[in-house]
Design a protein around this ligand. Structure first.
Ligand code: T3D
Length: 265
């Protein structure tokens, strides 16, 4: 991998940092970038020492969604429905949600279109105060994708979701945090430091338990309270017999820091 690869990866102790790397295009997605990102996420998943993933962007943007220069019709050309959602965006969102460890979006600048919704699919979203989130689809006659119409009403309520999707106005990171769309907005100078601290925390955390928490939270949106209580019982049973729970209790009683096992069973 060279520094002109569309996606860069850095392996650190217990986690990886993936950087979308088409800064001249504000890290907009073309097919090569999709393929590279998919491979890097699969590699991270296959590596049992990887216990968290940070996703960020090179240059002044996080990601501007689909590269629209690949969608420019020639005069007289008839538009045909694209398969990119089925082929790339939907599997990416499902993968982020299903990974057995937390994914942290370090949103360093503008996150637009699918770029915004890829960030919002991550487990923890921390953004620079310089960043903003734009559901830019309505500006170009498209429908929000990459889970935007699912996640927005759940995070900010129907009124704000409609405003964001239909008006397609910029939402500052500060407002995104105050609306509950993201975890935190921080000064630009400390964004990477804070995102790194979160990853380092997860690299020592009870990863198998965190994977179960992700499952429970993902299922909750479609569940009744009754069904969710049953799911919590079932997942708790799984957690109960894992060594991390025994270690967590022992460490608590011994007033020391727990030493969790990682992703291995
Ligand atoms: O077809 C399918 O596959 C369906 C899937 C769709 C998924 C989607 O994501 S659809 C939504 C696509 N994205 C957008 O509509 C966002 C387009 N970009 C913008 O609205 C603005 O660039 C931003 C709000 C993100 C940032 O604005 P600003 O003023 O800070 O920067 P800029 O001057 O507009 O952009 C800087 C450069 O990046 C510029 O190139 P230049 O003039 O310096 O050569 C601009 O053309 C380029 N750029 C930005 N976004 C894209 C892009 N080039 C191609 N595709 C982009 N999405």
């Amino acid at each position: 991998m060279t520094t002109d690869s569309p996606v860069l990866v850095e392996q650190r102790a217990g986690y990886r940092v993936i950087t979308l790397n088409r800064p001249d295009k504000l890290n907009a997605f073309n097919d090569a970038m999709h393929e590279a990102l998919r491979k890097m996420i699969e590699d991270a998943e296959a590596d049992e020492s990887c216990r968290a993933l940070m996703l960020t962007g090179a240059g002044r943007a996080f990601c501007a969604g689909q590269d629209l220069s690949d969608r420019l019709l020639k005069p007289g050309e008839t538009p045909v429905p694209r398969t990119s959602l089925e082929k790339y965006y939907n599997p990416l969102i499902r993968k982020i949600r299903d990974l057995p460890f937390p994914v942290i979006a370090a949103v360093n600048g503008v996150a637009a279109g699918a770029g915004a919704n890829i960030a919002l699919a991550c487990d923890i979203v921390i953004a620079s105060l310089k960043a903003n989130f734009v559901q830019s689809f309505a500006r170009i006659g498209l429908v929000p994708d990459s889970g935007g119409t699912w996640v927005l009403p759940r995070l900010v309520g129907d009124a704000r979701a409609r405003g964001l999707a239909l008006l397609a106005q910029d939402l500052s990171a500060e407002k995104a945090a105050s609306w509950g769309l993201i975890w935190r907005a921080v000064d630009d100078e400390i964004l990477m430091h804070e995102a790194t601290r979160i990853c380092e925390h997860f690299a020592q955390a009870p990863t198998q338990g965190l994977a179960l928490i992700k499952r429970a939270l993902s299922a909750s949106a479609g569940n009744t309270l009754d069904a969710q209580l049953d799911l919590e019982r079932d997942l708790q049973r799984v957690a109960y017999i894992m060594p991390d729970y025994a270690e967590g209790v022992r460490a608590f009683m011994e007033k020391r820091k727990p030493k969790f096992t990682g992703r291995k069973k």
